[in-house]
Design a protein around this ligand. Structure first.
Ligand code: FES
Length: 500
């Protein structure tokens, strides 16, 4: 029997089954709510008030809340389990952020039976910067919630190269351990987990050293596509290649399930950029290290996907207008906001095609610090430096050089469709991507996909035939290793500018 949860002041209502943690419902409704200790039940600050039918307090709640609070229906969002219909007030405040799914489970034809028995299962998008964990109700084939968390491996560095460095220094066990420490408490109630991550992420989580990924003859020690039972039953999506992981396999599965048109270029813009070319003759795939700029990380005013994160920049009344993830004041850039800004500055002539910031311009004051560093002051607290621009250019060149190589190997006539995975698709326009030189000029149709890595893992968690299909798709991919491709460095250097 379904129960109904109303959210006081948010004009939101959730239908769910009894016995679900309140924190899952918050993420299901895309409500951004602070969990200061990461939901570990330590700080007692994630307070909510059940205005009707408060659940029985847990041991942690009895320890961290006063008896008056407990009597008034105050509970902790990370502990409370909703058993009856109720109305909930978020005492720490909460804002609704737009979902990053442009495609959803309902858009995909998923058929059972599931790969294993169980009423609930989980799917994980194991990203270099963030993890997205989805809880699924297997019998209904539906998603209960998605929780997005910072990848705890970031203490060893922001990108895959630094994680490989940590693994080479003997930290492999720790790299896997911090992920499981984060996941295991969240997997309670689920029967199994499906993991989709890039090659380095999956390889480290599976407990393999990654040195052979980093050294000639560059081989993947772990192919994925297999079940493990410890420390929790989980299936790794198959790796597509040395640097094309299970996240790319998940993306391929989603494209297959939606019947993607061909020819098409497919981009997945992350710390490692994956570029696919789909033609009636087959699938070619390449991967290039783009650095963390696409995640809005490692740049002066970058904050990634956080409240106040700028996702898009526009001109209005001669001024820059910043659109943020949650509609609040701008606090820093997400990757999409950074690219949107750079595209706008290129259109307005504030940036030269070489990427150099012009000293004259009315849009934003130009400055130079004592060391000679140049930059623009964009808004209160937001800046863009020449060094930031260099990082954007390196990331852009990684993508553009990859598709240039793929297109040089395959004769593609006429127009191309463009599929973009990740949060970028919802904020960037095709015009932005063309101005940045990130897509070829023959692209005509732009299809934003949302988090296809998570979506692909979810359908595998729901359907055994999808699991078989993804393994079949991966076997058919021709992987182009850019590091071994003659003339790649020249192509990459040519792609650093913004002239196309
Ligand atoms: S987030 Fe700290 S106790 Fe809930």
């Amino acid at each position: 029997m379904e129960i109904r949860v109303r959210w006081r002041g948010l004009d939101r209502e959730t239908l769910t089954l009894p016995g679900v943690k309140l924190r899952y419902l918050l993420t299901k409704e895309n409500i951004d709510f602070p969990f200061p200790c990461g939901g570990e039940g330590l700080c007692g600050r994630c307070k909510v008030k059940f205005l009707e039918n408060p659940p029985l307090p847990t041991r942690v709640e009895r320890r961290l809340l006063s008896s008056k609070e407990l009597e008034e229906g105050v509970r902790l969002a990370c502990c409370a389990v909703v058993e009856e219909s109720t109305e909930v007030e978020l005492l720490g405040g909460g804002t609704v952020v737009p979902p990053d799914f442009l495609l959803d489970l309902a858009d995909l034809a998923v058929s059972g039976p599931p790969p294993r028995e169980g009423a609930f299962s989980c799917a994980l998008d194991l990203g270099t910067t963030t993890l997205a964990l989805s809880l699924l109700e297997v019998t209904r084939g539906s998603r209960v919630s998605v929780e997005v968390m910072t990848n705890p491996q970031r203490i060893w560095g922001e990108d895959v190269v630094s994680r490989m460095g940590a693994s080479l220094e003997g930290k492999g066990r720790d790299l896997a351990g911090v992920i499981w420490d984060l996941l295991l408490p969240r997997l309670a109630g689920a029967s199994y987990l499906v993991v989709a991550g890039n090659a380095v992420m999956e390889t480290t989580l599976a407990g393999y050293p990654v040195d052979s990924l980093a050294r000639y003859p560059f081989q993947a020690p772990f192919p994925g596509g297999e079940w493990r039972e410890k420390p929790f039953p989980h299936y790794f999506m198959p790796l597509v290649g040395r640097f094309l992981g299970g996240d790319t396999a998940a993306l391929l599965l989603v494209l297959d399930l939606v019947g993607a048109e061909k020819p098409a270029l497919v981009l997945d813009l992350g710390t490692n950029a994956e570029v696919l070319l789909l033609t009636p003759g087959g699938i070619k795939a390449a991967s290039a290290p783009a650095g963390p700029a696409f995640e809005g990380v490692g740049i002066s005013s970058g904050i990634g996907l956080s409240p106040g994160g700028v996702t898009r920049v526009e001109m209005g009344g001669g001024e820059l207008i910043f659109h943020t993830l949650d509609g609040g004041p701008p606090r820093g850039f997400c990757g999409s906001g950074l690219l949107s800004l750079v595209a706008l500055l290129l259109r307005e002539g504030v940036l030269e095609p070489s990427g150099r910031i012009r000293e004259k311009g009315e849009l934003a004051p130009f400055w130079r610090d004592k060391r000679g560093e140049a930059g623009l002051i964009l808004d209160a607290g937001l800046i863009l430096t020449q060094e930031d621009m260099r990082k954007v250019q390196l990331a852009k060149a990684a993508v553009a050089s990859a598709w240039r190589v793929l297109l040089s190997l395959e004769e593609v006539e006429g127009e191309l469709a463009l599929y973009v995975a990740g949060a970028f698709g919802s904020s960037l326009t095709l015009e932005d991507l063309v101005v940045l030189g990130m897509v070829p000029s023959q692209v005509r149709r732009f299809v934003p996909m949302g988090n296809a890595s998570l979506l692909g893992a979810e359908v595998v968690a729901l359907s055994h035939s999808c699991m078989e299909r993804v393994e079949e798709l991966v076997r058919g991919v021709e992987v182009v290793d850019l590091a071994l491709w003659e003339g790649y460095q020249e192509v990459y250097l040519e792609c650093l500018g913004f002239s196309g």
